[in-house]
Design a protein around this ligand. Sequence first.
Ligand SMILES: [Zn+2]
Length: 313
Amino acid sequence: MTLDDGAGGNPVTLTTRNFNAGDQDNFLDSNWTSFRGQLALAGFDANNLAISETIVSHGVTVDFYRAPNRPRTKYADMKAGVIYGLGLVTQDPNLTFPGNRLQVFCSEEANVSLGFRYRKNATEYAAITMGKTSWHWSGDDNTKTVAMEVKSHYQKAWFTSSSKRRCAATAIHEMGHIFHQIGSLPHYILMARVSVLAGQAISIEAVDDSMHENFKAPKLLDFNPQPTAAQLYHFVRHSRRWGTGVSNYAAFNGMNEFVAETFCSLVMGSPIGGDNHVPVTAAHPPDRADVLTAYTEHGGPLPALAARHARRG
Ligand SMILES: [Zn+2]
C-alpha cells in the first residue's frame, strides 16, 4: 500500500509490504496486548473483567465495565453519550461492530479515551474506553478535539448537559477508530507504524533516533522500501496540514487521529475545511474537499447521510 503526504512541493510517498490476512490477525492480537495494558492503567484488572451492565441499544449489545473502586460521577453521562453515538452510527448499515457487540470501559480518572478492534483467542471484539478526556479538556491546545467544538457549539440546544455532549462526540471519535480498523486495517497499521517510528517529528535527528530504537526494528521492516528519517519527518510534517482543517488534535497526533476526528466531524456535522477556527496555521490551508480526499485515501469510512447529526444553531 502506498500513501503520499499531499503537501505539494516536497511530496513523500510511503509504501508498506502487503499485509496479508495473517499479518492483520497478528496486528489485532497485538491490539489486545496493548489494550489490556491500557485497561490496567485505567484501573481495570484485565484478568478478571466483570461486566457492570449490559444493554441493547439500536441493535447493538453494549457491555459496560466500570473501573472498580473508582469514582463514578460521570458514568451516566458516558452511558448517555455512547447510546447517542450508537443512535447515529447505526443508521449506516455499513458501520457495524463484530458480532453487533461493543464493550465500553468507563474510568473517569483515566488519562485517555480509546477505540480498539482486537482479537483474543481468535475472536474479534470492538471496545472503547471513556476516560477523563471524554468529558474534560486537558488544557493543552494541541489536544483540542471536535468533541470540544461540539460541546461549545451546542450551548442551548440538544443535550443540555455539556458533559453529555462532549461524551457523545468522544464516543463517536472512538467508534471512528474501530470503523477505520474494520474498513481498512492496512491503512490503520501503516499510520500506526508511522506514529511509532516518527514520534512527534520534532526534527529529522529526533526521528532518526526514534526510528532506530531496537524494539522498533520489526516495524521498520513493514515498509518496502524502508523510509529514511527525512522522509518520515517530511511525511508527518506535511500530513499535519490536513488535520488543521479538522481540529488541533487531528493535526498533532498522527493520521489515525486525523481519521477518527474527521469521522467525528462528519457524524456531528462540525465544520471541515478552512472555517473550523483551529488556531494553527498551514501554509496552504485545506478546504473541505482536500480533507475528505485525504480522509478516504487513508481508509476513513464515509458515514451515510442518515448517520449524520443535523448541525443546528
Ligand atoms: Zn483517538
